[in-house]
Design a binder for this molecule. Structure first.
Ligand code: MTE
Ligand code: MO
Length: 469
């Protein structure tokens, strides 16, 4: 609308609290919703996730907003227009991170350079597929800026008859395959381990995990094109190299054993789409490898080379990180070469709702929602809930995954309403644990699984809620 003042994205971002007024943007409009927040039918905490930023991503999730009555209501709160398209402010050439993409403000960073952030935990249970803008981000290096016209993926190495060099258009011409698959950082829920004894690593909560549908070319088809028969080729590993690097020359890469590639076959996808869109820059634009059922660290982003080899990736994150040790091994006596790199992840689950510290309306029962997942395609057969420290358990209802039990690569979302024990005073602790299709269970406490890097933190997840008077 003409005649209204114009604002920059940075101006809007300053208005993210009741004291500073609460502004949001929708398309190119700026809206002051300060007085509306308390009356928001979906609760004031949900709408506050958009404070100082764009509400479009939330309306895409909660499509019930997209009706004329609500658009009219929003227009009444309009105070201005956005001046510019989102772009980076002045680029600082000396800062390797100055060309990183803009991120959604609802992502909570655990580190900014490199950028690492998780979405609000309660949003993870609202949709089976996590919206791209809210998908957690785990970067070790600056985000590379890859020109799609110049992009090439090379495929070759031991046992290949020819080395392939494929453009993005050539990749898109192969028959497509989609797979719904989790990406979970090995450090998800590290913050719970830190409470036992400090560890080295980002202080992740329970949202360093997200679920998406990835579309691209089955790795097996590319290998065939390079003259490689995956079942017969004489090599031990497949190495994936990313195009990200830092000024010291460090690059990111990872590898998987060839047997894992044989087992997964067509399910390993050289992906160029995420939830039906081009993969966003933070998640690997234009191409990343998706290897279902294994840890996030091997899902190499900005993929530019696939190499068959008798040796593993020599990359730091394959050799000297993302490995699990017992609690008596610390930085003075660790030898990373003694254990293999983490690949398939153990069974995991977490409570997303209610959040820790929530004041309940009801003191008799509580509705609990969350996610569960296990590596290796093992589906979830049960999620157990307790509100009395594990004396009595209730089964949560598992939401359908549309994936077979032994090929469940996405997560299983669940929900259950359970009684709060009458003797609880003031607070109650609720907890969850999942069982996978091999009947693997989660450990009951984090003490026994503490490790120096804070990885594989999958003890029973516990949340405390405050009971009404
Ligand atoms: N690939 C490259 N090239 N560089 C990286 O830093 N991080 C890895 C993996 N792939 C990384 C990468 C790690 S540790 C994780 S957990 C996942 O990407 C995170 O994927 P996401 O940022 O799309 O959530
Ligand atoms: Mo990770």
């Amino acid at each position: 609308r003409k005649g209204l003042p114009t604002y920059t994205i940075a101006d809007v971002a300053k208005h993210n609290s009741k004291e500073n007024k609460i502004w949001v943007t929708y398309k190119n409009g700026v809206y002051d919703i300060t007085d509306f927040v308390a009356n928001h039918p979906g609760g004031s905490s949900k709408i506050m996730l958009a404070a100082g930023s764009n509400i479009e991503v939330f309306w895409n999730m909660y499509a019930q907003h997209k009706i004329p009555e609500i658009y009219d209501m929003l227009e009444e709160m309009r105070i201005g227009n956005i001046t510019e398209k989102p772009k980076m402010s002045e680029k600082d050439k000396s800062d390797p991170y100055s060309n990183d993409p803009l991120r959604h403000p609802a992502l909570k960073p655990s580190s900014v350079k490199p950028f690492n952030a998780e979405p609000p935990l309660e949003l993870l249970v609202d949709k089976y597929l996590t919206p791209n803008e809210l998908f957690f981000v785990r970067n070790h290096l600056p985000v590379p800026d890859i020109d799609p016209k110049k992009y090439r993926l090379t495929v070759g190495g031991k046992g290949s008859r020819r080395e392939l060099s494929l453009s993005l258009d050539e990749l898109r011409k192969f028959p497509q395959k989609s797979v719904v698959c989790i990406v979970q950082c090995a450090g998800n829920r590290r913050s719970e381990m830190v409470k036992i004894k400090p560890v080295k690593g980002l202080n992740w909560g329970a949202a360093a995990i997200s679920n998406a549908e990835w579309t691209g070319v089955p790795l097996d088809d590319l290998l065939k094109k390079a003259g490689i028969n995956i079942d017969e080729v004489d090599c031990k590993h497949i190495i994936f190299d990313g195009a990200d690097s830092d000024p010291t020359g460090t690059t990111y890469g990872a590898s998987i054993p060839i047997d894992m590639a044989r087992k997964l076959k067509k399910d390993i996808v050289v992906a160029y789409q995420m939830n039906g869109e081009d993969i966003p820059r933070d998640h690997g634009y234009p191409v990343r490898i998706i290897i279902p059922g294994i840890v996030g660290a091997r899902q190499v982003k900005w993929l530019h080379r696939i190499t068959l080899s008798d040796t593993e990736s020599t990359c730091h994150w394959q050799q000297k990180d993302y490995k699990g040790f017992h609690a008596s091994i610390d930085w003075h006596n660790v030898d990373f070469s003694t254990v293999p790199a983490i690949q398939e992840y153990p069974v995991q689950s977490a409570i997303c709702e209610p959040k820790d510290g929530t004041v309940l309306q009801d003191k008799e029962e509580v509705t609990v929602k969350g996610y569960a997942w296990s590596g290796g395609g093992r589906g979830i057969v049960r999620v157990d809930l307790s509100a009395d420290g594990g004396k009595s358990w209730y089964s949560a209802e598992l939401k359908p995954t549309r994936q077979p039990l032994y090929k469940t690569f996405g997560w299983t979302q669940w929900e259950g309403t359970i009684p709060i024990p009458k003797e609880s005073k003031g607070v109650a602790q609720i907890m969850c644990k999942a069982v996978d299709s091999s009947y693997n269970v989660q450990p009951d406490s984090v003490e026994g699984i503490w490790n120096l890097r804070g990885v594989l933190s999958n003890a029973w997840h516990k949340v405390s809620v405050v009971l009404p008077k």
